[in-house]
Design a protein around this ligand. Structure first.
Ligand code: SF4
Length: 346
């Protein structure tokens, strides 16, 4: 489903004035796998909130911006974002199987977005990576790179394979969750290349996204030699409570996906209804730290607006003291480190 009319025809309760204007402004996309997870009559259903358009998207606030994480400030050639010394983003496509209502690149993705790199642009992007020996990792993002066919993914990997200094290729994708049937043996094998280690960052925000088909896709990737990490966005009304967030992180780990990033929501236009305060995010990750296995801990990060990169937001458990540090344990009790000795207490 790619329009308000198609959603209405499918029985989604969307009799809200102004929704056509949302569809004119931002791409809409809901796959059958996602539609099956949505309660069509409840706009506050956490799956509906993520994918079904709302009139609130027409309200932009002064701090919101078209390029909230500052990709354009660090783009030396089309399709490349070189923000940190040792890694680049390679944005080969700007289409996705679904369009998340909170997307941080919503001004760039979709049918009216930046499109797919032309062959000449892709040549220039690969040449840039080859010329910059400090690039250890290439992160394929977009858009969703797994909308590309296995043939095109293999072609991309074969072009990266001879570049000696690139050791890691990471894909950022929602496909294993929102279109799991795409993850077949041909795709998994296309993601691997000789001399490179492939990581895939699975984007999921609610434990209901771990369907049987998604779990099959995760298993196929892991067993095909692809290492999995997670990425989620902390979203009001979707996962901003301990129980949901805990089930999400445990769900990742149970599926052999190491929790990696929990993003503070970016200042993308028309996304104020998803925003959670930094204090609430800090409180939630402190609760995760206190109550869940170390395997289930994501890094809670903010992409600093303007292209200044990611910074961890969790409150530190350690503070400088007169001698050494004061360190809080998982129950909130504070301890001196190093511990005082009998001599130091005299
Ligand atoms: S899959 Fe990623 S890039 Fe695509 S709409 Fe969702 S958040 Fe944006």
């Amino acid at each position: 489903m790619k329009s308000v009319a198609e959603l209405q025809a499918a029985g989604f309760a969307l009799n809200v004035t102004g929704l056509d204007a949302v569809g004119d402004k931002y791409a809409i996309g809901i796959t059958p796998a996602v539609a099956a997870l949505i309660d069509p009559n409840d706009p506050n259903d956490p799956m509906a909130r993520q994918f079904v358009p709302r009139v609130e998207e027409l309200t932009t606030t002064p701090e919101e911006r078209d390029d909230p994480i500052g990709d354009l400030a660090h783009s030396p050639v089309e399709g490349i974002v070189h923000r940190y010394p040792d890694r680049v983003l390679l944005k080969a496509v700007h289409v996705c199987p679904v369009y998340c209502r909170f997307c941080f690149r919503r001004e760039m993705v979709g049918p009216q977005g930046l499109g797919t790199l032309t062959p000449a642009e892709l040549d220039a992007a690969i040449a840039y990576i080859a010329e910059h020996e400090e690039i250890w990792e290439v992160i394929l993002t977009g858009g969703d790179p797994l909308v590309l066919s296995p043939r095109r993914l293999r072609d991309l990997m074969e072009r990266l394979a001879p570049i000696e200094h690139v050791k890691i290729v990471r894909f950022h994708t929602r496909v294993p969750v929102v279109e799991p049937e795409r993850v077949d043996d041909a795709m998994v094998s296309a993601l691997r290349a000789s001399g490179k280690t492939t990581y895939l960052a699975v984007h999921a925000n609610h434990p209901r996204e771990f369907t049987a088909a998604a779990k099959t896709a995760f298993a196929r990737l892991v067993e095909g030699g692809v290492a999995l990490v997670s990425q989620s966005v902390l979203l009001a009304g979707v996962n901003d409570d301990f129980d949901t967030l805990a089930a999400l992180m445990r769900g990742f780990v149970e599926n052999r996906i190491k929790p990696y990033y929990l993003h503070h929501p970016d200042l993308a236009p028309g996304t104020g209804h998803f925003r959670v305060s930094v204090e609430r995010g800090q409180e939630l990750v402190a609760q995760l730290r206190g109550r869940l296995s170390g395997l289930c801990q994501p890094t809670y990060v903010l992409d600093i607006p303007g292209g200044h990169g990611k910074s961890p937001l969790a409150v530190s458990m350690a503070q400088l003291a007169d001698q050494g540090h004061l360190v809080a344990d998982w129950q909130g009790n504070v301890h001196q480190y190093p511990p005082k000795t009998p001599n130091s207490e005299q």
